[in-house]
Design a protein around this ligand. Structure first.
Ligand SMILES: [Mg+2]
Length: 124
């Protein structure tokens, strides 16, 4: 399910928000690609903390708890913020690389072979 803002906001707008946030604080000096990739991994770990000790079933119901969902959304935003900061630093066209990677994923995991399974079908 996407929300209204997702339907009307461009990647370029989000990248500009991140760039503006960084520029206003003169944080470019800290935003070496090495540092950004590590910060992104730290934020991913913070996201995982929300699911660390709960069951798979409880993880599927986490959206029913508004405060938990907001905390999880904050961590997702942190992850995407660092991902966009990294694209800004490296001059990556994120949409082009995302689409290119999805094409690679389609080739690597053909839907007919992987539908309902995470491993390739054994040869018959
Ligand atoms: Mg965080």
């Amino acid at each position: 399910m996407s929300g209204q803002m997702d339907d009307t906001t461009t990647v370029a707008e989000l990248r500009a928000l991140v760039r503006q946030f960084v520029d206003r604080r003169n944080w470019q000096v800290f935003h070496a690609p090495k540092n950004l990739s590590m910060a992104l991994a730290v934020e991913a770990a913070e996201l995982m903390e929300h699911f660390q000790w709960i069951s798979v079933d409880d993880s599927r119901r986490v959206g029913e708890d508004a405060s938990a969902l907001e905390a999880i959304s904050d961590e997702l935003a942190d992850i995407v913020c660092y991902a966009l900061a990294l694209t800004n630093e490296l001059g990556i066209d994120f949409t082009a690389s995302f689409r290119r990677k999805m094409i690679k994923n389609e080739a690597k995991y053909p839907a007919d072979e992987y539908r309902g399974r995470r491993q390739k079908k054994p040869p018959e």
